[in-house]
Design a protein around this ligand. Structure first.
Ligand code: SAM
Length: 202
């Protein structure tokens, strides 16, 4: 979907995804892993920034990126009100070069929001924005109906797209917002080094 489409959704307050809180699955992940090495985090399609602030509050150096200028403005305002520090930047995650490479990349309702035909570009973008050896943590929406956005995915699709590049460290059904209970799955992936990637592709 275009930048104008998403900007219009913000301008008209047509934000069905906006729950006023970070993904419950992310909150539980951060609570369950208090001693994970902290580092930089990229949250593409960050919306109003709830997940970015959750990472920041947990001690990560988090940055949010969104294609809609109004999302960035809202995210910056909410972060100041929360008394937190995080970077937000206008960017097209699928097409732009990253300002830096990140230790972590967190997916939450961007994969399902882009056109399914853009999913190859999404995988390429994750590889472009992450550091070698980086972590890709995703909350994927499995059961959201066929008429997107959002468009659903499956565990089989996630394994097919990401296994050639990543080692699957864990996947599980997370706690979710009330209307998404049982409809999401989390995946924690570790990016393989270049030599291991070619071995996986051979
Ligand atoms: C369904 S909303 C989810 C927002 C946020 N992740 C959340 O769960 O509250 C999808 C977000 O992705 C943004 N977006 C769509 N395409 C994008 C792209 N190519 N690059 C960056 N952001 C994009 C939209 O502007 C919107 O804020």
């Amino acid at each position: 979907m275009s930048r104008d489409y998403w900007e219009q959704r913000y301008q008209t307050n047509d934000m069905s995804w906006e729950k006023g809180a970070p993904s419950p699955g992310l909150v539980d992940f951060l609570t369950a892993h208090p001693v994970l090495k902290r580092g930089t985090v990229c949250v593409p399609g960050c919306g109003t920034g709830h997940d970015v602030r959750a990472f920041t509050a947990a001690g990560f150096e988090a940055s949010g990126f969104d294609i809609a200028p109004s999302a960035i403005a809202l995210a910056e305002g909410k972060t100041i009100i929360a008394g937190l520090t995080a970077k937000f930047q206008l960017a097209d995650f699928l097409r732009d070069e990253p300002p830096q490479k990140f230790d972590w990349l967190f997916e939450h309702t961007l994969f399902c929001a882009i056109q399914p035909r853009e999913r190859d570009a999404y995988v390429r973008a994750v590889l472009r924005w992450l550091k070698p050896g980086g972590n890709y943590l995703a909350v994927n929406y499995f059961d959201c109906g066929p008429d997107g956005p959002p468009w659903p995915t499956t565990r089989a699709e996630q394994l097919e797209r990401f296994s050639p590049h990543f080692k699957l460290l864990a996947d599980w059904t997370p706690r979710s917002y009330p209307n998404r209970e049982g409809k999401e799955r989390m995946f924690w992936w570790g990016l393989r080094t270049a030599s291991k990637q070619s071995a996986a592709i051979d």
